[in-house]
Design a protein around this ligand. Structure first.
Ligand SMILES: [Zn+2]
Length: 293
């Protein structure tokens, strides 16, 4: 056999061997795991649609920006929201209730809702930036409103605490991450400070005795305004050892506004501790008709 014929035979043998190796179940599993590993480190699809992209595809990014560029008052129709600060009720009219002003960056629908869900439930923390930009806009508008009403001092930004079970499942606090990112880059409105971990959910540790009767609220999904209010009432408390400066002005922060029951519960705790709750800001608000469902 000629030398180059021998080489061709050897190469063919190597190719056959390699093919065999590649088709072994162990190899298939290893290569699959490798692919899964890289898709964890570097996402391979847009967090809002399924087109190939590392974070958000340009179309979805443009949609999210357009949908959150004009923050608006979203408290109309959120029937579980608390009364505005200092409001004692209208003259004999139970429906005349001046509610806590809530500013939303956008509506909870389409690309914005898909992005929020990916960020919260699919570990897509890589798309925090556009959500931070949206929240920053809502914060600016909300703080501007508070300043216009005459409040010139420090404003504490109090995030709604995560559920203990959600935190354990996700391994991160989505809202806390958004605020921490804005704080780190100096993108919070002037005179604002993040007061994380001031309010906590009783379910986290069992909580103090006042919370014992309602230590484990069920999920809010599918509940109407009054049901939600009852469901979350007295489930939160001021974290033991924490106190607020007397008369501290607070802005409650959440990701999504539905009926306002969660914001109402945080407001109750803060007001009970002597703070002034001047409003709330959220990334997105569910469209008003679905809130009263
Ligand atoms: Zn997309």
């Amino acid at each position: 056999m000629h030398w180059h014929q021998r080489r061709v035979t050897r190469l063919a043998a190597v190719a056959v061997w390699l093919d065999g190796v590649l088709q072994r179940p162990t190899t298939v599993r290893l290569l699959g795991a490798g692919r899964d590993f890289w898709s964890l480190v570097l996402p391979t699809e847009c967090a809002a649609c399924t087109s190939p992209a590392v974070t958000l595809c340009p179309e979805c990014l443009a949609r999210v920006r357009a949908a959150t560029v004009r923050p608006f008052r979203a408290d109309g129709g959120a029937d579980a929201l608390p009364a505005a600060e200092g409001y004692e009720g209208g003259p004999g009219d139970p429906t005349d209730i001046d509610v806590l002003p809530v500013t939303a960056a956008g509506h909870y629908r389409g690309t914005v809702s898909r992005l929020l869900l990916s960020y919260k439930n699919r570990r897509r923390t890589d798309v925090g930036r556009p959500l931070q930009a949206a929240l920053a806009g809502a914060l600016q508008t909300a703080v501007h409103g508070i300043r216009k009403r005459g409040e010139q001092g420090m404003i504490l930004l109090v995030p709604v605490p995560s559920r203990g079970a959600s935190m354990r499942r996700r391994g991160y606090d989505p809202l806390g991450l958004l605020l921490a990112g804005l704080d780190r880059r100096g993108e919070l409105p002037a005179g604002c400070h993040v007061a994380a971990l001031v309010v906590y959910r009783g379910a986290l540790t069992g909580g103090p005795s006042v919370l014992a009767s309602r230590a484990r609220p069920v999920s809010q999904k599918g509940l109407g305004g009054s049901q939600r209010r009852t469901n979350v009432h007295a489930t939160m408390a001021l974290r033991p050892g924490r106190c607020l400066p007397p008369g501290a002005v607070c802005l409650v922060i959440d990701d999504v506004l539905t009926t306002g029951a969660t914001i109402a519960e945080v407001t109750r705790v803060l007001r009970h501790a002597g703070a002034i709750v001047a409003g709330a800001a959220v990334v997105a608000a569910t469209p008003a008709p679905s809130r009263s469902r």
